[in-house]
Write a protein that binds this ligand. Structure first.
Ligand SMILES: Cc1ncc(C[n+]2csc(CCOP(=O)(O)OP(=O)(O)O)c2C)c(N)n1
Length: 320
């Protein structure tokens, strides 16, 4: 990996984590009146995505979508204001953390309903095919979404119609508190199952920087060149509770050993050490961190000082 790529990936991972850490820090103040699903620990995948994707490409995501919105170039101020329920938010303060959208960068939405955004991403790929552009459509999903029927319909449709869609599965082992072992037969590989549906697949350790970066870059290029669907499965791990700002390791669904084992693999920490110790870039690392913190503080100030929506607008732009 080149030095500049290492620096870029560090900056991207650090920014995503700092933003989510700030959300966790401020959440107990009670001003963010929506659920939040943080992806602290999972930053490598959106960061390598961000390096390889174009603003014109489409992306959709899930309830755990902050990192994907940011990685696609979504506006930070509008995201934090949305979580604060303010009219300057990306969904005008009506959607909260689980309904992020930024049409300026073709980030087409996230959904609180598991699996709901998968067919939307496939539909966007169909629009690309019909309009004959060189865009691709990316669908972020968790391992839990694989258990929704709409996933199979969508993958099958993408395979049959040969659509330029990249499915990016972040397999963090759990669906809320249920491990894969109680949800799927022992030994099943999600990627192999999808391969059997006739779709090219790729698997990578989502803690391994080079492996994740290489697979993401190659796959984005491949979908763009061939116009065919591709499914990626990255192993990863969320540090915080399923929903909320705190940790939940004491409630018994995962062991402290498992948690610590994954935390020790943290690619952000390893990359920071590499930049400082191997490349002597301490000053640059400090600059990146202070720039990010200024940006994050400004976004929270923006959200705090923005107005709430007017009461008479309550039903405007509501489609359900
Ligand atoms: C259709 C539907 N079923 C159940 C839920 C409740 N629910 C919210 S998040 C979640 C877990 C999803 O797990 P996964 O897709 O692996 O994503 P993760 O939370 O691990 O990132 C569930 C079951 C829901 N929101 N929608």
């Amino acid at each position: 990996m080149t030095e500049s790529l290492s620096i870029n990936l560090f900056a991207k991972m650090y920014r995503i984590r700092a933003i989510e850490e700030a959300i966790a820090y401020h959440y107990p103040e009670g001003k963010m009146r929506c659920p939040v699903h943080l992806s602290i620990g999972q930053e490598l995948i959106p960061s390598v995505f961000s390096e390889a994707i174009r603003p014109t490409d489409f992306a959709v995501s899930t309830h755990r979508g902050h990192a994907h919105y940011l990685a696609k170039g979504g506006n930070l101020n509008a995201m934090i204001a949305e979580i604060y329920g303010k009219s300057t938010g990306c969904s005008k303060g009506k959607g909260g953390s689980m309904h992020l959208i930024d049409l300026a960068v073709n980030f087409m939405g996230t959904s609180a309903i598991v699996g709901n955004s998968i067919p939307i991403g496939v539909g966007l790929a169909l629009s690309v095919q019909l309009r004959e552009t060189d865009q691709i459509s990316c669908v972020f999903l968790g391992d839990g979404a694989i258990e929704e029927g709409v996933f199979y319909e969508s993958v099958n449709f993408a395979a049959v119609r040969k659509l330029p869609v990249l499915f990016i599965c972040e397999n963090n082992l759990y669906s809320v508190y249920s491990p894969l072992s109680v949800r799927q037969p022992a030994g099943r590989s999600i990627a192999n199952m999808v391969k059997a549906m006739g779709v090219e697949v790729g698997v990578a350790d989502g803690m391994n920087i080079e492996a994740s970066q290489g697979l993401m870059k190659r796959s984005i290029e491949r979908v763009r060149k061939t116009g065919l669907p591709c499914f990626l499965e990255f192993s990863t791990y969320r540090w915080r509770e399923h929903c909320g700002h705190a940790f939940d390791n004491e409630i018994g669904y995962r062991t402290p050993e498992e948690f610590l084992d994954w935390q020790q693999k943290d690619p952000l920490h390893h990359l920071e050490m590499q930049l400082i110790e191997d490349l002597s870039l301490q000053g640059l690392v400090m600059d990146i961190k202070s720039n990010v913190m200024n940006e994050v503080n400004a976004a929270f100030d923006f959200a705090e000082t923005s107005p709430f929506p007017n009461q008479h607008e309550a039903y405007d732009n509501v489609f359900a």
